[in-house]
Design a protein. Structure first.
Ligand SMILES: Cc1cc2nc3c(=O)[nH]c(=O)nc-3n(C[C@H](O)[C@H](O)[C@H](O)COP(=O)(O)OP(=O)(O)OC[C@H]3O[C@@H](n4cnc5c(N)ncnc54)[C@H](O)[C@@H]3O)c2cc1C
Length: 466
């Protein structure tokens, strides 16, 4: 019996698919480089099968089989990752968790929800909204990304200012380790019995275990948002205002600062012509923080804008995803030889102005249009900057060279300025791991990987470079 037949025998009927369409659609995620390669007709590495588990036992059976046969397993949620984290390799099996999508018990007393890892964000959010609750996790990819993918790539969302990033929301986890042992970490608000193993899986890119279930912290859903918006002379002024708000007494659920280039394109319809824009979204049922916010904004000579700016942005929050698909997908809206990508970096408030200039300039040296930037996911000590960059080459091949050079320069600029690359590792960012963690950090991760996955079957190359 060949290896795949043995796997098929261990799993329920229909769990293993070798349908060519299924193999192709699960061969890559939304990494722009893989999308470009596919569209220019290159044959991407395809899995030999896609496995659709319906239960933790199915995942246990698959990983047990993988350890015995030495077969590589690539876990996959929604496939929305932008770094090649869920990219297949030849002769691997893709473990697609999309059928493990049950929203389980909601504990109204503790404000938690138990959910299977393959559940997509919109489905989870709808289930919570029916109970008057929200997870408050709103990545732009909400409708096509999953709980397991969020955890494995350490995702953040548009309302992370108020609700926290996914790392803050994970209370309990169930994960299957390579070889088939099940790690069950119960939901607790704080873990201080040794290092927190939940943290080991957050951001692990499917290389240390397959997350099958999580218990997440939820909140009472606000009835909409009360918006405050300001026009600022410069992005750096906005950084100063954002910091003083976040470090002060006001509690915004959302805080988004757009630089001139991004503000002009986002708010063009509202007549905004130049300058940075700061948006703050508050719970209308919470304390009115208008005064604190105005004092901070006045200090840099900001001008108040109407509530419409907030509503306009929130209503159109999914449009960036549609544009990305139109540019990088079949339609090739901007023609061949084009890559649209975004780069998120994070840093302390003290380095953010320098980080902004350094990364924007590094990307800008390669870009076909002005790089646009926004600041988000703020907390007391710092925030993230997300840059959107459009690259143009003479053709699909030459733009790929530009892409590599652009990322190399941006990563170097980020590290020199004291920042960190964010939004997942995957094939794109694994080469920068040493610059982030140092050689002792990489050696530590290698030792952990070796101990947990001695046969190296779980998603090789997506965290530690091969
Ligand atoms: C248009 C667009 C907008 C985006 N906006 C945001 C945003 O606002 N914020 C943000 O953080 N990200 C954003 N992303 C990136 C992406 O959506 C996130 O990284 C998301 O968390 C990936 O989830 P997924 O379910 O699609 O994971 P996948 O892409 O399927 O996988 C991501 C990684 O997690 C691993 N993995 C998946 N499921 C599991 C599991 N159950 N157990 C173990 N490992 C697993 C995979 O092997 C891979 O390494 C965006 C992407 C696009 C295309």
């Amino acid at each position: 019996m060949d290896a795949l037949a043995a796997l098929t025998e261990r799993l329920p009927d229909g769990a293993v698919s070798t349908h060519p369409g299924e193999l192709t659609s699960r061969s890559r995620d939304a990494w722009p480089l893989a999308m470009l390669r596919e569209i220019r007709g290159e044959r991407l590495p395809r899995p030999m099968a896609v496995v659709f588990p319906r239960s933790t036992d199915d995942v246990v059976a698959t990983l047990g089989w993988a350890a015995e046969t030495g077969t590589v397993v690539v876990p996959r949620g929604g496939g929305s990752g932008v770094t090649g984290g869920a990219q297949a390799q030849w002769r691997c099996v893709v473990l697609d968790l999309s059928l493990m999508n049950a929203v389980g018990q909601i504990d109204r007393e503790s404000l938690t929800v138990e959910v299977e890892a393959g559940t997509h964000g919109d489905r989870l959010e709808a289930a919570l909204n029916r109970e008057g609750l929200t997870l408050g996790h709103h990545p732009v990819s909400l409708g096509f990304s999953s709980v397991g993918g969020w955890i494995a790539s350490s995702s953040a969302g548009l309302a992370s200012a108020g609700f926290g990033t996914i790392a803050d929301l994970v209370l309990g986890l169930e994960a299957v380790l390579a070889g088939g042992d099940v790690l069950r970490l119960p939901p607790v608000p704080r873990s201080s019995i040794g290092p927190d193993l939940r943290r080991l899986l957050i951001g692990s890119e499917g290389t240390l275990g397959v997350i099958t279930r999580a218990t997440l912290a939820v909140a009472v859903a606000p009835e909409g948002y009360r918006w405050h918006a300001f026009a600022l002379p410069a992005f750096e002024d906005g950084i100063a205002v954002a910091r003083s708000i976040v470090q002060g007494s006001a509690r915004p659920l959302m805080l988004h600062l757009f630089d001139d280039a991004e503000a002009t394109s986002t708010f063009n319809e509202l007549g905004h012509e130049d300058g940075a824009v700061l948006l703050l979204g508050f719970d209308p049922g919470g304390p009115d923080d208008a005064q604190a916010v105005e004092v901070a904004a006045d200090a840099v000579g900001a001008t108040a804008l109407t509530q419409d700016f907030g509503e306009h942005w929130w209503e159109r929050r999914a449009e960036g995803a549609a544009t990305f698909r139109r540019v990088m997908g079949e339609e090739r809206m901007l023609g061949p030889g084009v890559i649209l990508d975004s780069a998120e970096v994070s840093g302390l408030w003290s380095v953010l102005p320098k980080l902004y200039a350094a990364v924007r300039d590094a990307l800008g040296a390669h870009a076909a249009r002005p790089v646009t930037t926004h600041l988000s996911y703020p907390h007391r000590s710092g925030a993230s900057l997300t840059f959107t960059v459009l690259l143009h080459g003479q053709d699909d091949l030459s733009v790929e060279d530009r892409y590599h050079k652009c990322w190399e320069d941006a990563a170097q600029a980020c590290h020199r300025a004291g920042g960190s690359l964010a939004r997942g590792v995957g094939l794109l960012r694994a080469p920068y791991l040493e610059a982030e963690l140092g050689s002792a950090g990489v050696a530590t991760l290698r030792a952990v990987k070796q101990a947990l996955d001695p046969h190296g079957v779980l998603n090789p190359g997506k965290l530690l470079p091969e």
